[in-house]
Ligand binder design. Structure first.
Ligand code: SF4
Length: 690
């Protein structure tokens, strides 16, 4: 027995799925995963996990793993050695750069990969290839929240931690479904609501689990959030309920902001949003009576033409009511992927160096130029939306993408595929042969988190260490090693032996991470940025000042933008989309986890009982959805989660079915270019009624 137990290895890791950032021990014997064992010391989740964290790991040993580099030859992929693949990549990258200039390349980073890997990738794009055309998938989700927060309070991250969500008087959730998308965080909210009398208000199109238990549920007309949020803010000010001291001492621009609210009366809001005056007064009263409030939001807010404006309106409401800088207050844009926060933090964004320092600032660039021994491009680069458009217009010719399923998750996917087909040279690096890989010239086999060391940053800005459990499968390699090999083939002289050295470099250059180090992240320790040189973390932001020149926050006037939806006469149904508890995003990993797929093998379309009756269909019916951009055939689930003419389609896909992004358009948020995934109308034809 002892011998058997001796061979069982326990390794601390951090969940590879959502941005909550649960950590736990993986128990393994050779390459078998015996169990996932949460520990009371885990800072976020203690002894909890959700179904994905608990069961979603067997993809690591999937027979479908990529284990060798692949090169496309005469239209077919053939296995190659690393040497062949790297030689080809180096010669093609050099050729593109020499022929068309560095900005003929686009670099797409991964929110699933580590901070260190994202740091190295942007160093490769900027420092070796000479372009700022580098972005990550936060462009598809929370970039508008980041932009709205940077305008008003200065940092593009959650203002506090899950502790604040547990202890606040009022949790207000707008356009988010934490019970399925951020399950362990949702259990904290549910518990505080049930046991400690915490108030919960939910605004959403769907009556999801948290909506069902909320003290107040608001169901506005799709895309009208800015109007009712601004109307409630105006009502609070008009009633004399604003936090005058906070505004006087800590906030700029109050008068101009108040003037901008003139038109947002309750009557106007009632007319435009469908919410009754009484509902808005009840909401304003609850906010006023709460000592402290946290607002959580996600893609129901951000994925609109006016996503940044609505995120700004939320932050304005928090400022007016003094809900920043105290325990139990603040803005909580809930992060999707495990490391979407970290990918942004560590600089895979076209306008920002690591730690949100602008690429345009000469002093900042000089700091990196000196450390890296290169000269850096001065102008912000293209984001992933612009990269697609610029491939179509012929200026971007090559692309390097890792750990990102852009070929399924980007909006208006037929248009994106057409762009991929125009590329002269496309490198895709992933754990599996993805949909995106079908368009590649070279596919490189990467190692998932269990096969490497590194750190992830969760939605709370919490940096946590994960440790290597297995050797990389076959010839696959950790992403950071692949970047280093490519950089060195292109003439760099990188010599990182361990990700800790990459973090040391990032910490020495980006003040936001000054005191981050692997020594300080041992065991269950974590650090929340900004991290002082002394190692001191910042669990709660803005306690003394906002990171602007005079230390004050800024109220920022915003205008509502009419959503873009196709002609409503022909396309008569509103299509919403989002996640499922069991599958993560497009399902690239979870569909390869047998324990999960046997529970939920495919997506379905939620249809309201009223609409089902009108069209004469039952659960199980097969329908065809059509938008101006494409069509999808899918089975129906009749449910009261949705009402009237609103449909809901989960964003996961299967091999047989590409779902929601066959239908979405290329319209996008004006500030950040985040696609307006949530502004879509479709028509529905019945193929089989039951
Ligand atoms: Fe993983 Fe998120 Fe589930 Fe936690 S809540 S186990 S981080 S998917």
């Amino acid at each position: 027995a002892t011998m058997r137990e001796d061979r069982i290895k326990r390794t601390k890791t951090v969940c590879t799925y959502c941005g909550v950032g649960c950590s736990f021990e993986v128990w393994t014997k050779e390459r078998d995963i015996l169990k996932i064992q949460p520990q009371p010391d885990a800072p976020v989740n203690g002894i909890s996990t959700c179904v994905k964290g608990k069961w979603g790991w067997d993809f690591v040993n999937s027979e479908e793993r990529l284990t060798k580099p692949l090169i496309r030859k005469e239209g077919k992929f053939v296995e190659a050695t690393w040497n062949e693949a790297l030689t080809l990549i180096a010669s093609k990258f050099t050729e593109l750069k020499d022929t068309y200039g560095p900005d003929s390349m686009g670099f797409i980073a991964s929110s699933k990969c580590s901070n260190e890997e994202n740091y190295l990738f942007q160093k490769l794009a900027r420092g070796v290839m000479g372009t700022n055309n580098v972005d990550n998938c936060s462009r598809y989700c929370q970039s508008p929240a980041t932009a709205g927060l940077m305008r008003t309070v200065g940092y593009g991250g959650d203002a506090g931690t899950i502790e604040d969500l547990k202890t606040t008087d009022l949790v207000f959730v707008i356009g988010a479904n934490p019970a399925e998308s951020h399950p362990v965080l949702a259990t904290r909210i549910k518990r505080a609501h049930k046991l400690h009398g915490q108030k919960l208000i939910v605004a959403d199109l769907r009556k999801h689990e948290l909506a069902q238990m909320a003290d107040q549920f608001l169901h506005p007309v799709p895309s009208s959030d800015l109007i009712w949020i601004s109307a409630v803010t105006k009502y609070i000010i008009d009633q004399g309920w604003a936090d005058d001291d906070f505004i006087k001492n800590r906030v700029n621009n109050f008068d101009e902001y108040v003037d901008s609210l003139d038109k947002y009366t309750l009557e106007y809001a009632e007319q435009e949003t469908g919410l009754k005056k009484e509902e808005l007064i009840e909401l304003a009263t609850t906010i006023n009576e709460a000592e402290t409030m946290c607002i959580c939001w996600a893609m129901g807010v951000t994925q609109h033409i006016g996503g940044t404006e609505t995120s700004t309106a939320i932050s304005n409401l928090l400022l007016v009511t003094g809900n920043y800088g105290k325990p139990g207050t603040g803005a909580y844009p809930l992060r999707g992927h495990n490391n979407v926060q970290g990918a942004c933090d560590f600089g895979t964004m076209p306008a920002w160096m690591p730690g949100y320092e602008p690429v345009e600032n000469e002093e900042i660039r000089a700091r990196y130029e000196k450390a890296w021994g290169v000269s850096l491009p001065r102008k912000p680069g293209l984001n992933n939306h612009q990269i697609v458009e610029t491939i179509h217009s012929g200026k971007v010719k090559g692309m390097y993408l890792f750990g990102e399923e852009m070929g399924l998750v980007d909006a208006n996917i037929n248009h994106v595929h057409a762009a991929f087909e125009k590329l002269e040279f496309f490198v895709v690096q992933d754990v599996f042969f993805s949909k995106t890989a079908e368009f590649a010239d070279v596919v490189l086999p990467a190692a998932p988190s269990l096969e490497k060391d590194g750190t992830f940053t969760n939605t709370e800005r919490r940096i946590q260490r994960f440790h290597k459990v297995f050797e990389p499968l076959g010839d696959s390699q950790p992403d950071w090693k692949i970047f280093q090999a490519i950089a060195n083939r292109l003439g760099a002289k990188w010599n990182y032996k361990h990700p800790s050295e990459i973090m040391d470099e990032a910490a020495s250059l980006a003040p936001l991470f000054a005191g981050v180090s692997y020594e300080r992240l041992e065991k269950w320790n974590s650090q929340l940025w900004p991290v002082q040189k002394s190692g001191e973390s910042t669990p709660l932001l803005y306690t003394e000042k906002f990171p602007f020149a005079d230390g004050k926050a800024k109220l920022y006037p915003v205008e509502w933008r009419k959503p873009y939806v196709p002609d409503e006469k022909e396309y008569d149904l509103h299509l919403n989309n989002g996640r499922l508890l069991e599958h993560f995003h497009e399902g690239n990993l979870t569909y390869r986890s047998k324990s999960i797929t046997h529970k939920v093998p495919q997506p379905w379309l939620e249809v309201s009982p009223e609409l089902a009756e009108e069209r004469g269909i039952k659960t199980g019916a097969l329908v065809k959805l059509t938008s101006p951009y494409g069509e999808v055939k899918i089975r129906v689930w009749v449910t009261e989660h949705v009402s009237g003419k609103e449909l809901y389609l989960p964003m996961n896909t299967t091999d047989e079915m590409e779902a929601v992004n066959m239908l979405t358009s290329s319209y996008h948020d004006k500030v950040t270019h985040t696609p307006n995934y949530k502004e879509m109308s479709v028509k529905m034809e019945v193929i089989e009624a039951d």
